[in-house]
Design a protein around this ligand. Sequence first.
Ligand code: AMP
Ligand code: MG
Length: 347
Amino acid sequence: MKTFYWRVDAFQPDDRIMDRAGFIIRQGGLVAFPTETVYGLGADALNAAAVERIFTAKGRPADNPLIVHVRSIEQVYSLVAALPDRALKLARAFWPGPLTMVLPRSREVPDAVTAGLDTVAVRMPAHRVALALINAAGTPIAAPSANASGRPSPTTAEHVRQDLDGRIEAVIDAGPAPVGVESTVLDLTTAVPVILRPGGVTRRRLMELIGNVAVHPEKTEGPPRSPGMKYRHYAPGAPVILVEGASAALVRNKMRELAAGFAGRGMKVVILASSESAGYFRDYRCVTYGRHAEPATVAAGLYDALRRCDELAPDVIVAEGVEPGGMGTAVADRLRRAASEIIKVTR
Ligand code: AMP
Ligand code: MG
């Protein structure tokens, strides 16, 4: 299949292009499109055959459910069995935006979307192109990240091309996704809502609005609440040794020690670090992911940095950790998921 690439303005997408893309979705095709978090791979959420093609194109395990994207709160009513008050409150406060809500599903939603769960994940993206696409398609759009399963999520159309060229009908390119990490996934089916995946909306902001919010522990017994989180995610080809610690100096020293050890054994080492730390690794290939002092820049740059690490074909990647807190929480979570080993330095 030949994949079409359409370049549009992020704030004023061309109506004719959006109509063509919407038509593809209505016909059961797949269109990759920008959202504020990452690029999504969209299909008509109410067409089971179309949704199944997403799993084939990505190589995604069938038990990993998809997020359904809407352009209005009205659209949510057809997807859910009930819309509790606190969900409505959250939608009014954070939509459009990087908050996904897990709610009891309606019968309209195909099993392929929810992986057979009795819940459905919904969100309204804060991106003109995404909203225009849902509008043009005239249907909610099921969309996971537009990467091949197991690869870092795509934050540019070029990343999508690398993973899915020839496997999908079209890619809408509107430049880099501004946030850079996926949405916060919040389960609203329990008495105390639970964050299943940290993302663009922080726990503190949620708690300011609806009171106590729990965080899903990294390791649990029994079946995972968010099936997607059990897979090794966002992982480059080479092992990632992640170094976290009390101060930047301690972390850098440990990273240098590790890198020297690997290099001494003849391994090709790539350093993944903040722009502030890059100067300490002049004698290595160093890929930077953004400014440590501003976690939002790390969020925006992390997935591209992981892909650039891959392109250098290292034997090992030594990575500088990010402290949780605010946007740092989502970034630290993704770095830990990419890591094969986490080393904590305290002194
Ligand atoms: P992606 O869009 O590729 O970032 O993946 C969607 C994420 O949302 C995965 O981690 C899924 O497991 C999670 N998700 C989607 N639907 C549900 C649901 N009904 N319940 C819990 N988690 C969900
Ligand atoms: Mg994904």
